[in-house]
Design a protein. Structure first.
Ligand SMILES: N=NNCCOCCOc1ccc(-c2cn(C[C@@H]3NC[C@@H](O)[C@H]3O)nn2)cc1
Length: 447
């Protein structure tokens, strides 16, 4: 057994997102988002689930913050619902919506917990989508104006800001693969949206600096690791394309001011094009203060001509899997973090999401989610290994504090360290909650 130890000033947190936990979908002036619409589209969400009630965190936030205080976290990552603050996407601010976040943030600070505020975690106001959504370049400026409302409201209270959560999911998963809202399957649309998201990110960071907001700002891309199945050139290149789809495409513009040529060429060969206006790349290349990283899984990958979008296929070498059927690949966590350091330098990193789906139910008031504890043990050991290899990791947020609405899976897939009974909304701290609480208190664990 080894002792895995973390620095005394390490940021220990948990994460959620507005549409996944808040509920109160039609209360206090909130208007529909694209996820309200998508959830109501037959066949899109498991069991026809939706976020009308979710975990009811809109009303139960004080109880949730008590749970956080008991856990002992020093940061809490959440997102603000744009359709609660500016219900039409542009124009009038909804004071009742803003007031919820005032109360919420003050309660967090009273509990000694620093907010990590995500400006966009997928709940685009439907009214903006009706005008073209992220495919419409005007949405970029609408986002900057929305962000400015929150910057000015919470300057001095919020120290950590994230612009866009998982731009790959917002662009390609939602508009090319089609699994998430709004469910399009159009390569050119997805490419243009990926560019507008990055532009919105860059413009928002510039505005943050122009108006002199205190604190630090970044974004939170999701990454996966794809290990080449062999050292054949074609397998290495196929794996690189798969990794680059999530990594290089969303990191090169921010850190290098250009899109990765090998992927631009690949998209072009498939007929994929999008418009970049003069000055866009300089805006996107605006320096960020820290980088959020969301990691869950990966696989081995090899070349297979004509297969999939990248002439590649995943090879199942027998990984253990979580209940959502994702590979458990802690070495992949280490490898992708080293790749980020080697390609993009010494940017301070906060793991803004890492966790596992296990659907254990309470038995006599206890949830024995041993699989989730093992997942945390293996992935935090990889994180420590990456830190020992020079990766500048400043903190870690588990996904998620609560079981919640897991998008296309609805409530059928549970990622929380706290169980939620979605009939009664009762919360039950799982064994993994107590394991994490002990880790935070000690700063180390045995593995
Ligand atoms: N990679 N290529 N895939 C090609 C085939 O795609 C099929 C489906 O793909 C994906 C990829 C990634 C995800 C995903 C989900 N979460 C969990 C949420 N993160 C933000 C927070 O809200 C959590 O709920 N993170 N990532 C889902 C589906």
């Amino acid at each position: 057994m080894a002792i895995i130890q973390f620095p005394k000033d390490f940021l220990w947190g948990a994460a959620t997102a507005s549409y996944q936990v808040e509920g109160a979908a039609n209360e206090d002036g909130r208007k529909p988002s694209i996820w309200d619409t998508f959830s109501r589209t037959p066949g899109k969400i498991k069991n026809g689930d939706h976020g009308d009630v979710a975990c009811d965190s809109y009303h139960r936030y004080e109880e949730d913050i008590e749970i956080m205080a008991d856990l002992g976290i020093n940061v809490y990552r959440f997102s603000v619902a744009w359709p609660r603050v500016i219900p039409d996407g542009v124009g009038e601010v909804n004071e009742r919506g803003l007031d919820f976040y005032r109360r919420f943030i003050d309660k967090l600070l009273d509990a000694g917990i620093e907010p990590i505020l995500t400006l966009y975690h997928w709940d685009l106001p439907q009214a903006l989508h009706d005008q073209g959504g992220w495919a419409n370049r005007a949405t970029v400026d609408a986002f900057v104006k929305y962000a400015e409302v929150l910057f000015k409201e919470f300057d001095g209270k919020v120290k950590y800001w994230l612009t866009i959560n998982e731009p790959w999911c917002v662009s390609f998963l939602s508009n090319f693969i089609g699994e998430h809202a709004p469910g399009n399957r159009d390569l050119n649309l997805a490419l243009q949206i990926s560019h507008h998201l990055l532009l919105a990110h860059g413009k928002t960071v510039q505005r943050f600096r122009e108006i002199g907001i205190s604190g630090k700002i970044g974004y939170a891309p999701n990454v996966e690791w794809k290990e080449p199945f062999s050292n054949r050139k074609e397998d290495i290149e196929a794996s690189r394309r798969e990794v680059g789809f999530l990594l290089d495409w969303f990191f090169d513009p921010v850190f290098k001011g250009q899109y990765p040529k090998f992927l631009v060429d690949w998209f072009n060969e498939k007929g994929g094009t999008f418009e970049i206006k003069e000055g866009d790349m300089e805006i996107i290349n605006e320096r960020i203060d820290f980088l959020g990283i969301n990691f869950y899984t990966g696989s081995y990958s090899r070349y297979k001509k004509g297969h999939g979008f990248f002439d590649s296929e995943n090879v199942d070498i027998g990984f253990a899997k979580t209940d959502i059927n994702w590979n458990i690949f802690p070495d992949g966590f280490y490898k992708v973090l080293l790749e980020i350091k080697n390609k993009y330098g010494d940017i301070p990193i906060v793991i803004t999401e890492n966790g596992a789906c296990y659907n254990n139910e309470p038995e006599f008031g206890r949830v024995k989610d041993t699989g989730r504890i093992k997942y945390f043990q293996s992935h935090l050991a990889s994180l420590r290994r990456a830190m020992d290899s020079g990766v500048n990791i400043k903190g870690y947020c588990v996904w998620s504090l609560l079981d919640n609405f897991e998008w296309a899976h609805g409530y059928s897939m549970r990622f929380g360290i706290v169980h939620v009974d979605f009939r009664t909304l009762d919360r039950t701290k799982k064994d993994s909650f107590y394991w994490y609480k002990q880790l935070i208190r000690n700063g180390w664990y045995e593995y």
